[in-house]
Ligand binder design. Structure first.
Ligand code: NAP
Length: 281
């Protein structure tokens, strides 16, 4: 029997599962919708109750799929939403959030992120997020694709320290954050949310993972995911629209990589030796 999914604590004191579900690419093809809803529901049944979505995905279509998947079980789910930087003004975030809430068929988003940074002053976006919090439309807010310097700047604006997470690209092939961003967040007990943890499926075909996968009797993707989940303070949000992938990802949570496995992975995918600018997909 598999163990319960570990949780990590956000600064706002919510405990969230370290393994959630992504939704980029969902809600784009009506013929696939039923399967997408079923995959998300299966993930919920298996304990992956954090769902990451964004107004950008499928132009709102992914949020509609999430809305259908969580209908009747909203209280089990921790919904992470994202606002486009073109909607990041104080009033813009409020309007965008209202639209997202309608598509999600809910009255609140648990964690609302700025998808990436563009020209809007951070203080303005944060003021909009705080207004949404006060109105009960979001419970917490955070950011995405922020490098260390952006986080430092954010910490300096009014209420900027209420940030709950930075959602960034992190997987075996993209380890740059280990040099500075991950330690910076860890020192402040801010969990990092790792997106594209299997590099959009690419790691499933990476031969460097074959030996370890065989040793554990699992797939290469599962090793890649177990590696992201090996440390505290990191939440992974793989997307799986196929049920076999959902089950595999859930099982990856229970894989324990041995020190020898981790050393082998370090040789194949070296950690950063210096500062690397944050990568984005
Ligand atoms: P990903 O989760 O690394 O990879 C998704 C791809 O891998 C899909 O094609 C999926 O196939 C496949 N896959 C999943 N589990 C697998 C398994 N066990 N074995 C083999 N293949 C597997 O990439 P992602 O979708 O880019 O990232 C995850 C989520 O992070 C997104 O969905 C989104 O919610 C979020 N994200 C955020 C940002 C941002 O800027 N904040 C950027 C990118 C992504 P199937 O779907 O066919 O099952």
């Amino acid at each position: 029997m598999s163990s319960a999914i570990r949780t990590t604590r956000l600064p706002g004191r919510d405990d969230v599962p370290v393994l959630g579900q992504g939704t980029w690419g969902l809600g784009e093809r009506p013929a696939r919708r039923a399967d997408e809803v079923a995959a998300l529901r299966l993930g919920l049944d298996l304990g992956m109750t954090l769902i990451d979505t964004a107004e950008m995905y499928g132009d709102g279509g992914a949020e509609e799929v999430v809305g259908e998947a969580v209908s009747g079980r909203r209280d089990e789910v921790f919904i992470v939403g994202k606002v486009l930087p073109t909607h990041a003004s104080r009033l813009g975030v409020v309007t965008a959030c209202d639209h997202s809430l309608r598509r999600l068929r809910t009255d609140r988003i648990d964690l609302y992120l700025l998808h990436w940074r563009l020209g809007t002053p951070l203080a303005e976006t944060v003021a909009g997020f705080e207004a949404l919090k006060a109105a009960g439309k979001i419970r917490h807010w955070g950011v995405s694709n922020f490098d260390t310097a952006d986080m430092v700047e954010l910490a300096g604006v009014a209420d900027g320290r209420n940030v709950q997470t930075d959602q960034v690209l992190y997987n075996l092939r993209r380890r740059g954050i280990e040099y500075d961003l991950l330690p910076w967040c860890r020192e402040r007990a801010i969990p990092v949310m790792a997106y594209s943890p299997v590099e959009q499926g690419v790691l499933a075909g990476d031969g460097r993972l074959a030996r370890i996968a065989d040793r554990h009797g699992v797939s290469r993707s599962q090793i890649a995911l177990a590696w992201v989940l090996r440390q505290d303070g990191v939440i992974a949000i793989p997307r799986a629209s196929r049920s076999e992938h959902v089950r595999e990802n859930r099982a990856a949570h229970d894989i324990r990589l041995a020190p020898a496995d981790l050393q082998e992975l370090d040789r194949a995918f070296p950690p950063p030796a210096g500062k690397q600018p944050l990568e984005m997909i």
